[in-house]
Design a protein. Structure first.
Length: 103
């Protein structure tokens, strides 16, 4: 089987983003701890529970690059080195407070 790789962003454990995402999903992924989900006027608790059932298993994250296989002649070490070089050139993005909203 050919290995596949993916790139994800997850906020730092204990950060406000981490706490928001864990509460939204109803689970702290790092501590494997069930949490109470927020009460929302537009979404019934059972509906929110059902909508977040699958994501709850993976924790709060953003997929930056969906799973992929390395092309011929490339190695995991090369991928890691190139990703680190890219990360070293990127600046943090400041984000304000989060709030759930119906789309």
């Amino acid at each position: 089987m050919t290995p596949r790789y993916a790139l994800y962003f997850a906020p730092a454990q204990g950060s406000p983003w981490w706490e928001f995402g864990s509460r939204w999903l109803g689970r702290d992924d790092c501590r494997d701890l069930q949490l109470a989900q927020p009460a929302l006027a537009q979404i019934a608790p059972a509906e929110l529970q059902a909508a977040t059932e699958q994501p709850r298993r993976y924790g709060f994250h953003a997929t930056l690059k969906a799973p992929f296989a390395l092309s011929a002649g490339h190695t995991l070490n090369e991928l890691t080195t190139r990703l680190q070089a890219l990360a070293d050139t990127l600046k943090p993005v400041a984000l304000g407070p989060l709030q759930a909203a119906m789309l």
